[in-house]
Design a protein around this ligand. Structure first.
Ligand SMILES: Cc1ncc(COP(=O)(O)O)c(C=O)c1O
Length: 417
């Protein structure tokens, strides 16, 4: 059946879109096919549930709602107020936080708001250096953070790849930062939040945890929580947490007013009520035993994948992982990260390059959140690692590997039926 015929028979949202805007419907359908015929190993991605997608595509998308429940700048907010209160209450309960703000449009806007709540332009901030896994919002000169604040970078140990907490303490004593940021886009191990708290207290700094990556594991009880230690916790809702694309902020009640004002009106306008409703759905899902089992399986899968990649000869950073995320240098297989990503993409294995601390070339970053949502387990992780290494070594032609990938993914459709 041609794509067009398949869409004509489809009475879902895609079908509706097809009848009105075939050009765009074809694009959405092509992306749906891409997602369901290739391996999604991007560590920051996941498959949201149909319920989350339903909330995202709901009429709440039409509502303007500047402000907070009970104190809006627009009329007609009585229903969306209930949705936002529900999202807030669920986030507070899920993470044991006194206060939650669920309006941040993204992880970056959550970090921006955290800085706005605690800092003034020119303040010094200590964060993981970008080549060591810091995010753009942790001081990149191309980002507001690097332009408006003075960032000092700590790093990971050259031998172990682990955060050098002695260096963090020494830099904190030397630079007396106003805030210390802990969090990373590529660190595969648990962070020692208690140690960061201790260092922050010693130098009188605020502690901001940017837990965008591990927050879903925290929700499922598969990773330690930064909430008891950090003054402000920022996170995304779309990674392991499996919610809609967006951000959130958690803090104690003493900072609630500052955080809320930093989100609106300081850094954002109207809240995206459909996304907030979808966040509520995701928080509800993440509170279930099934999600806890999922989060633990994500970690078990990542550990197996990391071990198998190491067996295949890749240099796995820190020797493994505690989380959903793995970074590895493919150089021992005779290929750098950038070339590897291209070759793997041709085979339908989709992942990212990343900076390698202390390295000259780029490495690979991959994660197991999406594959685990599809129902893959440790057996499939071994298959994935073997396929990936065969492509990198040039033993399997990408086109042939593409067929194996399609067969494997076909057994685990992200949206069955
Ligand atoms: C640690 C960290 N902070 C912030 C962000 C930014 O999130 P977003 O892309 O939603 O702005 C990310 C995204 O990957 C991240 O990993």
């Amino acid at each position: 059946m041609s794509v067009t015929h398949a869409l004509e028979a489809d009475d879902s949202m895609f079908g509706v879109l097809l009848r009105q805007d075939p050009e765009l419907a074809e694009i959405l359908h092509a992306e749906r096919l891409r997602q369901s015929t290739t391996l999604q190993l991007i560590a920051a991605e996941n498959f949201t549930s149909p319920a989350v997608l339903a909330a995202l595509g709901s009429p709440l998308a039409n509502k303007y709602a500047e402000g907070y429940p009970g104190a809006r700048h627009h009329g007609g907010c009585e229903i969306v107020d209930v949705a936002e209160r529900l999202a807030v209450e669920r986030a507070q309960a899920l993470f044991g936080a006194e206060h939650a703000n669920v309006q941040s449009h993204s992880g970056s806007s959550a970090v921006l708001a955290a800085y706005a709540a605690l800092l003034w332009p020119g303040d010094t901030v200590l964060a993981l250096g970008l080549p060591h896994g810091g995010h753009l919002t942790h001081g990149s000169p191309t980002n507001f953070s690097g332009r408006w604040f003075t960032f000092v970078g700590y790093g990971v140990d050259a031998e172990t790849g682990l955060v050098d907490y002695d260096q963090v303490r020494t830099l904190a004593r030397t630079h007396r930062p106003k805030a210390i940021v802990c969090g990373s886009i590529a660190y595969p191990r648990h962070l020692d939040y208690a140690c960061f708290r201790d260092i922050a207290d010693e130098v009188g700094a605020h502690l901001i945890a940017d837990a965008a990556h591990p927050m879903g594991l925290v929700a499922g009880g598969a990773a330690p929580s930064p909430v008891p230690y950090a003054d402000i916790v920022c996170a995304t809702t779309h990674k392991v947490l499996r919610g809609p694309r967006g951000g959130m902020i958690l803090c104690g009640s003493e900072l609630a007013g500052r955080v809320d004002r930093a989100v609106f009106p300081f850094t954002q306008g109207g809240a995206q009520m459909n996304t907030i409703a979808a966040k509520a759905v995701a928080f509800g899902e993440a509170a279930t035993p099934a999600f806890s089992a999922y989060a633990h399986q994500v970690v078990a899968n990542a550990r197996t994948l990391a071990a198998q990649l190491a067996d295949e000869g890749l240099a796995v950073t820190t020797g493994g992982t505690d989380t959903h995320l793995i970074t590895a240098d493919p150089a021992p297989l005779g290929v750098d990260g950038r070339t590897a990503r291209g070759r793997l993409a041709a085979a339908g294995i989709v992942l990212d390059c990343c900076a390698l601390p202390h390295g000259d070339t780029r490495g690979l970053r991959l994660g197991t959140a999406a594959l685990t949502t599809q129902g893959m387990g440790e057996r499939e992780m071994r298959v994935v690692a073997t396929l990936l290494a065969a492509v990198l070594r040039g033993e399997a032609r990408p086109a042939a590997a593409r067929d194996d990938v399609r067969d494997l993914v076909g057994q685990f459709p992200p949206y069955p039926g």
